[in-house]
Structure formats: structure tokens, C-alpha cells
Design a protein around this ligand. Structure first.
Ligand SMILES: Cc1ncc(COP(=O)(O)O)c(C=O)c1O
Length: 397
């Protein structure tokens, strides 16, 4: 029998994932996926963009490209990011194969087996998996409605040896849905300035805001450009064009960029040229900006429908808050309730969601669940939420 590495042997398919395989029945209403709306993808627009490309660019689309990304996309993406105030010129930009790859490269660049890294609780499952695959001891710090708990974070940063980095998703968090307050971001910056701990700032959802008044809160920490903190900023085309492009980016200080670029050479040499050409044309033509506005409005409508249904059907002992952007609503059940039991009943009734323990690095907190509203029709939301509310009630009796 072959002997596998310690890090891969530590990876497990969870019981929940096995349960989720039951949920592939075609009649099931799924609020589980972190997927953008299938019905809104800009299929026609992308077809037209490709047809309008000149022959040289179409050929470049079939060819290998530089590891850092095609020069044309480097240039147009720089413009897109500079509009958010991001300091692209004083850092280095790496086009990655989804922002998942950026997390994977950073994990490999920083983590030796057994190293401690800090995340939020709850935390994006793809980040937990990337850090674990590199052998990290992943420790999480709870979130409240304004962001990470600063007191607990301070305690964790003072323990020795120091954690290798902090990973945070301050904008429309997956799965918690929250948007950090400006005050909490400043507290976080101040705390990190007293340490040598880099911050991985994941901004996969920041463009999907619902309210103009939140724009100031969406200013990335990377754009604030705080002295004395190495901020590695990651982003993605997945939610603003389509995850099938498999394109994201990392904006990092030169020394960190260099390590990640070396690691990327050994991972996949370069990200797909074909979709880089499309992404570039989508930015330059203004198509991507227009598409983001369209989905922002559609997701706001879907979120409003789901929150109305939750208000109507959920018992008041379930905690949740109104989303201000992004894809998700996080529900907190009474402490003694296991969301896996609710999931079992919900699947029997015909609806599915993701249990909160999936997003718990320590795997000890069972009483939460994530609902996604962006890939469902109004009819599915109106039919599915009562099924989930009933499953919760049945478990809380
Ligand atoms: C918070 C967060 N970061 C990163 C990613 C990775 O996205 P991608 O690899 O498609 O860019 C996701 C995907 O759902 C996410 O939710």
C-alpha cells in the first residue's frame, strides 16, 4: 500500500459532505451552494466580446502566458483595482487560477507543518482546507456583527511562537454575511501594527454591495495601506463574471509576491490564457462593470425575498441578520441544537443548506447554518424557506 504524506492523510471528507450527496435529488431546493446565479451569467455578451477580438489576441488565448498573467490583463485589472484605491504600483499583482489558488500559494509560502495560523470563526471552507493541506494548526477567532473579536485576537497574537498570518474576509463574509465596521478595521490594523503578522485580506464579494451608504466601509485595508503591516489582498472574477473562468488575483508586497510566483510556476505555470483574454475584454469594454450592477440589483431582490420569508417563518429564538451584500445569511440556533439534525429533516422535506460546523476550524460548534439566496428563483425561496423553518422547529421541540 502506498504511504501518503501526513498533510494529505489529515484531510477528511466530513460526515456533512456525505449527507449532502443525498441532496443531489433533482427536486431538492438548494440554498447550499456558494455559486453565483446561473440564470444571470453574461453568456451573450461574452460571445460577442470574443468575436470582436483580433486574430492575434485570439491566438494568444490559446497559448501559454507569463506566470504573472497576460500583460493586457495585468494592465486592465490594475485600472479596476486602482479605482478602489488599491496601491497596485507599489506592490505586485499576480493573476491566479481563482483566488483559491492565491490562498493555496500563500499557505505554501508561509506554513511549515505544525505552524499556527489565525482565521475568523466562521471561516471560508476553502481557506481552512488550503491552510490544513499545508499542515497548519488553524485557530479561529469569533466574529460579531462588526468584525473579528479584537480581545481574543490580541490574546492569540501574543502567544508564542507567533502565528504565521491572520486570514480575514471583511466584506460580505462567507459564510457569516457580515461587513466589518470602519472602527473594527482600524482596531485590527492598530493591533497588527504591533506585530510582524501578515494579513491575508480576502475580498471575493466586496463589489456585491446593496447600499450606497456602505461604500466607505468597503475600502480595503490594503487600500488604507497601513504602515508596518504586510497585507496580501486577494480577489476574484468568480462573483463578478463567473467562477468557470477560474481567475483571481493576489496583490502583495514584492518579497511575498516573489515566493508566490515561484510556487505558481510549479503549480500550473500560468492561469488560463483563454479566460484572461475574456476577462480583459470584459473590463475594457465596460461589460464587467455593467454586469456587476445587474447582479447587485438581482441579489438585493433575492436577499429581500429571503429575509421576508425568514421573518415570516422562523421562530424568534433563531438569530440572523439582514445581508448588506454578497451571497449569504448565517443563522444561529439555540446552543443545544445540532444543525446536522436540522439538515437531515430539511433534506427529507426537500430543501438543503450548509451546516455551520463546516466553517468551523475547530469543528466544535454545531448550532449554526448558512443559507445562500443568490442562485434561487423567487418561487424556490418562497417554497424552500418554510421547509427549513419547519425542520428547525421540529428539532427545537
Ligand atoms: C471568501 C472566499 N474566498 C475565496 C473564494 C474562492 O473563489 P475562486 O477560487 O472561485 O476565486 C471563495 C469562493 O467561494 C470565497 O467564498
Amino acid at each position: 500500500m502506498a504511504t501518503f504524506s501526513k498533510s494529505v492523510s489529515a484531510l477528511r471528507s466530513s460526515a456533512i459532505r456525505d449527507l449532502m450527496s443525498l441532496a443531489s435529488r433533482p427536486d431538492i431546493i438548494s440554498f447550499a451552494g456558494g455559486m453565483p446565479a446561473n440564470d444571470l451569467f453574461p453568456v451573450k455578451e461574452v460571445e460577442e466580446l470574443f468575436m470582436q477580438l483580433d486574430d492575434k489576441t485570439k491566438r494568444a488565448a490559446f497559448q501559454y502566458g507569463p506566470t504573472e498573467g497576460l500583460p493586457m490583463l495585468q494592465e486592465s485589472l490594475t485600472g479596476w483595482l486602482e479605482e478602489k484605491g488599491l496601491p497596485v504600483k507599489s506592490n505586485r499583482l499576480l493573476i491566479t487560477t481563482g483566488s483559491q489558488q492565491a490562498l493555496n500559494l500563500l499557505a505554501k509560502a508561509f506554513i511549515d507543518p505544525g505552524d499556527r495560523v489565525l482565521t475568523e470563526y466562521p471561516c471560508f471552507i476553502g481557506a481552512i482546507a488550503a491552510f490544513r493541506a499545508a499542515g497548519a494548526d488553524v485557530r479561529s477567532i469569533p466574529l460579531d456583527s462588526e468584525g473579528i473579536d479584537i480581545r481574543t485576537l490580541r490574546e492569540e497574537t501574543q502567544r508564542t511562537p507567533a502565528p504565521k498570518f491572520l486570514y480575514a474576509t471583511p466584506y460580505f463574509h462567507n459564510p457569516a454575511g457580515i461587513l466589518y465596521s470602519e472602527k473594527r478595521k482600524l482596531e485590527l490594523i492598530k493591533l497588527l501594527q504591533g506585530t510582524a503578522i501578515p494579513l491575508i485580506e480576502d475580498d471575493a464579494y466586496g463589489d456585491l454591495w446593496f447600499h450606497e451608504e456602505d461604500r466607505a466601509r468597503l475600502m480595503p485595508i490594503k487600500a488604507i495601506n497601513p504602515d508596518g503591516v504586510d497585507v496580501c489582498y486577494t480577489g476574484s472574477f468568480s462573483k463578478i463574471l463567473g467562477p468557470g473562468l477560474r481567475l483571481g488575483w493576489l496583490l502583495a508586497p514584492e518579497p511575498i509576491y516573489e515566493k508566490c510566483e515561484l510556487l505558481k510556476q510549479s503549480a500550473d505555470a500560468c492561469s488560463p490564457s483563454f479566460t484572461q483574454v475574456i476577462a480583459d475584454a470584459a473590463i475594457r469594454s465596460g461589460m464587467m462593470g455593467g454586469y456587476v450592477e445587474t447582479v447587485r440589483k438581482a441579489y438585493l431582490e433575492r436577499a429581500a425575498l429571503m429575509t421576508a420569508a425568514l421573518r415570516q417563518h422562523l421562530p424568534d429564538y433563531v438569530g440572523w441578520s439582514e445581508p448588506r451584500g454578497g451571497f449569504y445569511i448565517w443563522l444561529t440556533l439555540p446552543e443545544e441544537i445540532n444543525a446536522a439534525d436540522v439538515l437531515k429533516k430539511a433534506i427529507e422535506a426537500g430543501a438543503v443548506f450548509v451546516t455551520g460546523s463546516t466553517f468551523d476550524p475547530e469543528g466544535t460548534r454545531m448550532n449554526a447554518m448558512r443559507l445562500s439566496y443568490c442562485n434561487n428563483s423567487p418561487e424556490e425561496i418562497e417554497r424552500g424557506i418554510p421547509l427549513i423553518a419547519k425542520a428547525i422547529r421540529d428539532c427545537c421541540r
